[in-house]
Ligand binder design. Structure first.
Ligand code: ADP
Ligand code: GLC
Length: 487
């Protein structure tokens, strides 16, 4: 009898960020976690990302695997590198990516004016890799993430690459729009500039290109998959989504439970029971200048943008403080919100502490010290901070929307008695509902045995990739033309 021959199933992932190498939000966490999650399912992923300055600095011995003398008019090459256990392909195009600032914004917080070209180049490079392969490696499936990868199917058609493409929508708010007169510079086909192609109200939309041309679509939670078909959440693309609803599935994000493990996290005082959080809470209160409190220590770790509803939380703050709660917030983004939060901290010394900035290690300390993590988002495709909260025994208090609704079990009397409650959910976008949830949290907190039971439930909830990795594997397998395992 011959031995089983393992068949390598290969995926090229295309994304604008990938943790821990380059991160501005949850997209990076997911792109960074998927390779090891999918390995358990027999799929190997190579991830193509832009060679931003920070990425190039992390690559020790760059190895060119594809020279592209003319990538949308610019010289470029693709490097292969193994970083933090990730098999990366890096688009080295210094004119586009070797600059200070974030992946998307300049130092003043404005979008780079050539973002269309930067990510179109990434997409064209992906198409060339799919068509020609690198180092004898050719993908069976191409997995695209958000608008920054949306044009890939168009370039694949032009290069003759025929692999199936899967587009994951992490956030439909970002359409990747650019002016019609950029068609030539981006080498896009005029005949696809139609309502059924990538035309969006007279503009080019990279996201719409992916939505109309990818073989299959996914988004990051089942509830958001449904919400996307509605005018309230589809952000103008609900019609397109509806035409493709048979090809769309909602697959819940997981988190990397080896990186996010309270028992071994090097950034915190490790713990494996709710009681073990006390030392972290003490340290956190000291770090944020908060008084010793008798109510719950709530935290927020977030981009400060309209999506996250933190203006609503500002309005509900008196309910929290009035009931004995405290708040530590780490965030950055919208300048007005940053200032409003700094003012709130000044108005409530010892009760509200605010850090403006982006700090990965501090985020771990916040989850570790928190009694509760607040996520009052107006919409939330999945949300990861509530998952980190669960894992670190902090009760999530979340708006009942998108992935938040799919991951938190509301602590009503029945769920508490049944032993399955893990947090609190409230009506989305409502200050009175949020204020009410914060009061309920403070009441619950006074009943220590009940609160600790909820924390234990939270810590037990599976938040890794065990349920979702097989769903992605099934989707890859459905479309990939790979030979079956042979005996
Ligand atoms: P989104 O991707 O919409 O920003 P998610 O909840 O999916 O929201 O993911 C946010 C990720 O970014 C989490 O890993 C969170 O801890 C992290 N994060 C957000 N803001 C900050 C910050 N200021 N400092 C450190 N980490 C942050
Ligand atoms: C987006 C969404 C967030 C989601 C993340 C990862 O940034 O806003 O809800 O968790 O992508 O999928």
């Amino acid at each position: 009898m011959s031995r089983a021959t393992p068949v390598t199933r290969r995926v090229l992932a295309v994304a604008s960020e990938c943790a821990p190498i380059i991160k501005t939000g949850g997209l990076a966490d997911v792109v960074g976690a998927l390779p090891s999650a999918m390995k358990t399912q027999g799929w190997t992923l190579r991830t193509l990302i832009p060679g931003y300055r920070a990425v190039m600095a992390a690559v020790k011995r760059p190895k060119s695997v594809l020279e592209i003398p003319d990538l949308l008019g610019l010289p470029a090459r693709v490097l292969a590198a193994n970083l933090a256990g990730l098999d990366l392909l890096i688009l080295d195009a210094p004119t586009l990516f070797d600059r200070a600032g974030s992946p998307y914004l300049d130092a003043e917080g404005n979008d780079w004016s050539d973002n269309d070209l930067r990510f179109a180049a990434l997409n064209k490079a992906a198409a060339l890799i799919a068509a020609e392969g690198v180092q004898g490696w050719c993908p069976d499936v191409v997995h695209l993430h958000d608008w920054q990868a949306g044009l890939t199917p168009i370039y694949m058609a032009a290069t003759g690459a025929t692999q199936p493409t899967i587009l994951t929508i992490h956030n439909i708010a970002f359409h990747g729009l650019t002016a019609y007169n950029r068609l030539k510079d981006l080498e896009l086909p005029e005949d696809e500039f139609t309502i059924d192609g990538f035309e969006y109200y007279g503009h080019i939309s990279a996201l719409k290109a992916g939505l109309t041309r990818a073989t299959a679509l996914t988004t990051v939670s089942p509830t958001y998959a449904h919400e996307l078909t509605t005018a309230e959440f589809g952000m103008g693309l609900e019609g397109v989504i509806r035409t493709r609803s048979r090809d769309l599935s909602g697959i819940l994000n997981g988190i990397d439970t080896s990186v996010w493990n309270p028992a071994s996290d090097p950034s915190i005082k490790p713990f494996s029971t709710p009681a073990g959080k006390a030392a972290n809470a003490r340290a956190l209160r000291a770090e944020f200048g908060l008084a010793t409190g008798s109510g719950p220590l709530c935290v927020v770790v977030s981009r400060l943008s309209d999506q996250k509803g933190l203006d609503l939380l500002l309005q509900a703050l008196p309910a929290l403080i009035g009931s004995g709660g405290q708040l530590a917030l780490l965030g950055s983004g919208d300048r007005k919100l940053e200032n409003a939060w700094l003012n709130a901290a000044a108005a409530h010394p010892g009760q509200v502490g605010v850090r403006i900035g982006y700090d990965e290690a501090l985020s771990h300390r916040l989850y570790a010290g928190a009694d509760a993590v607040l996520v009052p988002s107006r919409f939330e495709p999945c949300g990861l901070t509530q998952l980190y909260a669960l894992r670190y025994g902090a009760l999530p208090v979340v708006a009942r929307t998108g992935g938040l609704a799919d991951t938190v079990i509301h602590a009503n009397a029945a769920a508490i008695m049944a032993g399955c409650a893990t947090g609190l959910t409230h009506e989305t976008g409502s200050v009175p509902a949020l204020a009410n949830a914060l009061q309920t949290l403070c009441d619950l907190y006074r009943d220590k045995p009940v609160y600790q039971r909820l924390q234990r439930n939270a810590m037990k909830q599976p938040v890794g990739w065990e349920a979702s990795a097989p769903l992605y594997a099934a989707l890859y397998a459905k479309f990939a033309q790979t030979p079956e395992d042979t005996e």
